[in-house]
Design a protein around this ligand. Structure first.
Ligand SMILES: [Zn+2]
Ligand SMILES: [Zn+2]
Length: 151
């Protein structure tokens, strides 16, 4: 699976079965995405490779540590390493379409914008803030049958 920014200067590739996505409606994700929420996936370091454009990536970090890496030519948010340095956070909108994955949960729905559409109460599940770490990571696991198909 490949992904790229709006201008195409930044390109990356993900190998293996894609994990599921989470969609975050917090105020930081709204500002950094310019939209209702940020849809993203977390990919283990070993499954991620830059193809080009790392030199045009700039970064911004808030006082609280929330970070944004973006293409200095077009402004698209781009992947960045997670705090534990073991995986990459990937903005899902950069992925080529169709991508074999789906939204597993909505988080920070308690702080969603007043104009943000009503979220389904059933599936995918919504959380007012963040679910506990282990629950979060479990929900992001790819479907077992997807993994079988790739074997
Ligand atoms: Zn760009
Ligand atoms: Zn957020």
């Amino acid at each position: 699976m490949k992904g790229r920014c709006l201008c195409g200067a930044v390109e990356f590739a993900i190998s293996g079965v894609l994990p599921k996505l989470y969609q975050c409606h917090c105020s930081l994700c709204r500002r950094v995405s310019g939209s209702s929420s940020n849809a993203a996936m977390i990919v283990p370091m070993a499954h991620f490779a830059w193809q080009q454009g790392q030199d045009v990536i700039r970064q911004y970090r808030t006082e609280t540590g929330f970070k944004s890496h973006f293409c200095s030519q077009c402004g698209s948010p781009v992947p960045n390493m997670t705090r534990d340095n073991e995986s990459y956070w990937i903005p899902a909108g950069l992925l080529d379409d169709p991508a074999d994955t789906q939204v597993a949960m909505h988080v920070y729905t308690a702080s969603k914008a007043s104009w943000d559409g009503v979220l389904e109460e059933t599936s995918p599940p919504s959380y007012e803030a963040m679910p506990p770490d282990d629950e979060f990571m479990t929900l992001l696991q790819p479907d077992k049958n997807l993994i079988e198909r790739k074997k």
